[in-house]
Design a protein around this ligand. Structure first.
Ligand code: UFG
Length: 340
């Protein structure tokens, strides 16, 4: 059995990926410094899988905290989620973002190389494309200058990984560029747990439906899109988690050194903010209080993925219908709020 270390495994995407990995027959070790997560999802993963997963409260910027993990387990691969991810916060605290997001990757790679290398799946983001001139975006679409320190850390990390595979034959890399992950596990035992006021659309919607927020603000209705609201590619978090299993399989099957591949992970279908809001209301038989306000600074008008490369090379595609995803998002919110 191959053992995979999931950094940031107590978080939203990390916990869903832990479940998919275990179901695919992998051994999983989780490291998380719990800076932006508590143990709720770790407990959820244990309930869903029936496994007691080794957990290390470790900061990936700290070699002394990573080394014991590699000493105590044979680590065949790492899925690196541990990073700060709030665009606005990164503008206010750029050094904190550069320090954490870059140093954690570099430290992790150093520890891996010292311990014989392995496979790395890296969490990148559609943010690296900015507002692309042509849609949908393929992996060959040139990256745009980052509009936030957060986005810049993703670009720099991609570059660090590309350089690392050239220098260290023992390291293989798959970079996944996530579009907009939404939803929750169908068990409602794991899901997104934003701290404070959610930045992202779906947690804001579910919290509004739960009465935690007074109303949803729809940021802008004068975009050059069919209904005037912005277009995104919303990918179910369980489908996204499955892409990580496919990425590991890809590296296992690739018998030459120097692999550093990039894949878009989305549905390939654009959806407007208004369409998503309406779909959420219909699927969950409720009515959301919302108001159209001005555009949010830094938002792009439209971005969605061409996923043909992942479909072909990773044999992966998004499967879950949006209706199911939005029902799961609401079931998770109800579960954590104790709403029947
Ligand atoms: N939106 C609202 N109201 C809200 C929240 C969001 O109308 O309360 C809109 C946004 O303006 C945008 C869409 O919903 O049009 C999606 O917004 P999200 O914040 O959910 O997602 P983003 O597309 O802005 O962000 C995602 C990732 C980031 C990444 C960014 C780069 O969450 O990590 O893409 O494009 F950096």
């Amino acid at each position: 059995m191959k053992n995979i270390l999931i950094t940031g495994g107590a978080g939203y995407i990390g916990s869903h990926t832990a479940v998919e990995l275990i179901h695919a027959g992998y051994g999983v070790v989780i490291a998380d410094n719990l800076s932006n997560a508590d143990t709720t999802c770790l407990e959820g993963v244990k309930k869903i899988t029936g496994r007691d997963i080794p957990f290390y409260k470790a900061d990936c910027c700290r070699k002394d905290q990573l080394l014991p993990i590699f000493r105590e387990h044979r680590i065949d691969g790492v899925i690196h989620f541990a990073a700060f991810k709030a665009v606005g916060e990164s503008v206010e605290k750029p050094l904190m973002y550069y320090h954490n997001n870059l140093l954690s990757l570099v430290t992790l790679l150093e520890v891996m190389v010292e311990n014989g290398g392995g496979h790395v799946v890296f969490s990148s983001s559609a943010t690296v494309y900015g507002q692309p001139p042509v849609l949908p975006v393929t992996e060959d679409t040139p990256r745009m200058p980052a509009t936030s320190p957060y986005g810049n850390t993703k670009q720099i990390c991609e570059d660090i990984l590309a350089d690392a595979v050239k220098a260290y034959a023992s390291v293989k890399v798959v970079i996944l560029r996530y579009f907009n992950p939404i939803g929750a596990h169908p068990s409602a035992l794991i899901g997104e747990l934003p701290r404070g006021i959610p930045n992202n659309l779906v947690p804001f919607i579910t919290q509004t439906a739960a009465g935690v927020r007074k109303e949803l603000h729809i940021f802008g209705s004068n975009y050059n899109t069919p209904d005037g609201t912005a277009l995104r590619d919303y990918i179910d978090v369980v489908d996204l988690a499955a892409a990580h299993v496919s990425a590991l399989k890809r590296m296992e099957a690739y018998d030459k050194p120097g692999l550093c591949e990039v894949f878009n992970v989305g549905t390939g279908k654009p959806l407007s903010v208004m369409e998503l809001v309406k779909k959420f209301e219909t699927v969950n038989h409720l009515s959301l209080k919302y108001r159209i306000t001005g555009r949010r600074e830094g938002d792009v008008e439209a971005v969605w993925a061409d996923t043909s490369l992942a479909n072909r090379v990773l044999s992966w595609k998004a499967r879950r219908p949006l209706e199911e995803t939005l029902a799961n998002a609401w079931a998770w919110e109800r579960n954590i709020r104790g709403i029947t």
